[in-house]
Write a new protein. Sequence first.
Length: 265
Amino acid sequence: MSGLKTSTEIGVEVRNRGQVPNGADTYAREKVLALISHVSEPVLSVRVKLTQAVNASTVRPATAQAVVDVNGRPVRAHVAASTMFEAVDLLQERLTARLARARRYGSRGPRGSGPDDRASWDGPGHEHRPHRHHMPAEERRVVRHKSFSLARQTPEDALIDLEAMDYGFWVFTDLASGYDSVVYRDPRTGRHRMASLGPMGPEREIEGVLSVSTIPVPTSRVDEAVQRLHLTGLPFVFFHDTATGRGSVLYHRYDGHYGLITPAM
């Protein structure tokens, strides 16, 4: 069961997947409209997706995600909850934090942020991220392959994009070195880190908000990256792809399968 409701006035689009409760889409639209009414920059479009899991035993079967295009720059949030209306409330809260951060750092980046500032990067709702569906390793497949031109940017700007889009990692080409790199939130410490195909020197801090790993990025084929991901249990692996000579990311999808991101040649 799916639905589509749009508003030509401001470009709000709400999509339903699964048995979404009646009125939830209207509730989500009202919440998002109230939120974006406080955004000073032009909001070009808003896309919201509400998904109700089929499996009733799922702990948090209701997920809500939204992407807001603020003057050409997307800001994204993704949450899960026990009920759809709770998920929409959490979505509004998390999106509010991300939009506020985009306004705060959009023009100057996180330079000058100290230890007290670092904790505010996440904002409310990280504990409400959707959980990955468990699937036996022998049943997992690489079901999605995305290839695109990586942005050439500084690690600080990559970190801004990572947080604005509510992802677990962000792949980019380091503006200074020209090497494919990734910034991510370390699942063990919660801190932001960076890894790169290029030499990084002694481990250091970038402006107090991003630590740089000196552990060599593994060189492997995609099938070997699959084995590494299975053995480590990490949410993703950044590797030097022997087939392309570029940095790629193999990651766990929420449906339990794998996704692959490679730079366009």
